[in-house]
Design a protein around this ligand. Structure first.
Ligand code: CMP
Length: 144
């Protein structure tokens, strides 16, 4: 669904810290391939245990991360979610729910991989957040 004009999308993408350092041309390309979503408070972006196909970049709004129904501390900022299932082809490690209305951009597995392949600064930020989230996972005695 297209909610915003291309220009509005580029402006919103610019606000996402993950994309600091991308050129206007790269942002325009991202705006072209990403889908924009308005997610109401209470709705899940991804669900623990399910196979994931999307990467979410959160532009506005707050999320909560839960594992086995229990909230876990937010690691690596709350700016993007969904990278683990796309990098590792594993089921979603957590459920992520909007706690306020959330405005997000969604990339498919293919576009997410193309983005990190082409942009070392984005890849570094995703990997840093991933490391923090993995530490969180490994400290959780309920995760096998
Ligand atoms: P994925 O496993 O694909 O789907 C659930 C997502 O929640 C996961 O990727 C991470 O992006 C995100 N996530 C997991 N643990 C945390 C955490 N502690 N803080 C913030 N995000 C997390």
């Amino acid at each position: 669904m297209r909610l915003f004009s291309q220009d509005t999308k580029v402006t919103a993408l610019k606000r996402a810290p993950l994309f600091d350092g991308l050129t206007r041309k790269e942002l325009t390309e991202l705006a072209r391939v990403s889908e924009d979503l308005d997610i109401p408070a209470g709705k899940a972006l991804c669900t623990e245990g399910e196979i994931g196909h999307e990467f979410f970049v959160i532009v506005d709004g707050d999320i909560e991360v839960t594992r086995k129904g229990k909230p876990v501390p937010l690691r690596g900022g709350g700016e993007f979610v969904g990278e683990i299932a796309l990098l590792e082809e594993t089921p979603r490690t957590a459920t992520v729910t909007a706690t306020t209305p959330v405005r997000a951009f969604v990339l498919t597995r293919h576009d997410f991989r193309a983005l990190i392949d082409a942009n070392p600064s984005v890849e570094r930020k995703v990997l840093r957040a991933l490391a923090r989230r993995v530490v969180e996972l490994s400290e959780d005695p309920t995760v096998a």
